[in-house]
Design a protein around this ligand. Sequence first.
Ligand SMILES: [Fe+2]
Length: 278
Amino acid sequence: MEHKITPIQPFGLLLEPVNVLNNLDDLNITVLRELVSREHLIVLRGFHTFHDTESFSTYCERWGEISIWPFGKVLELIEQENPEDHIFDNSYVPLHWDGMYRRQIPEFQIFHCVKPPLAGQGGRTTFSNTILALKYASSEIKKRWNKVTGIYQREMEFYNSKTISPIINKHPYKDFSIIRYNEPPVENRGRFVNPPILNFSGIDADELHVFHNSLRNALYAPTNFYAHEWQKGDVVIADNFSLLHGREAFVSKSPRHIQRVHLLSDPPFDNPSLESYK
Ligand SMILES: [Fe+2]
């Protein structure tokens, strides 16, 4: 089957069918997995996708073991009327890695866009390639980051957990370094429901501001950062071990509906940073 492959700037690949609409099912998953492992993010656009949640999770199961949440396999990301957590609000979501508060860290996320926000309504999903962020950072800055450990506590509907993780980590299975960081919510970006408790050790309080700024500048630098603007039927597969991700704010009552599944690695990767989990 033919498809067109276009590089995304500054990282990732866009795959589209040539001529006629193809079924996503026809794409070879071994090949796709290699592409995600190498490029860290792939966007599959213009394919026949899924009619319902069930057919989406059935497709994801072909990739491997799905991480099961209290709500099941598929998270339905839709704005809620009175959200108890920022995930279900229309606010921005700071950069983080998925599973940071859970017993196992998923290797990949598979997102499916059921309905995109309208043009100009915001709501792009943001991705930062931490391998590139480290590649382009000066050794002086990296030395500073290397001293710092994040202490993160978060209570929400599905868990109440504490995670302690150095900023610079080794990739769980590969021979390179990555960044693990939950960006503190930026105050001037509006209300933020249920913020986590974030502390950072290994750095003096008067240096914290400079530290967060240097990390943010690197993670959001155009050389390392990609924001995905959703189109209906888009499927995005992202490398959660190497990237951090978040969300831009969007206009309330936008028709934004994204589904997300977590895929575990084989064998599953037990969260090395989890201090407590309830
Ligand atoms: Fe997330």
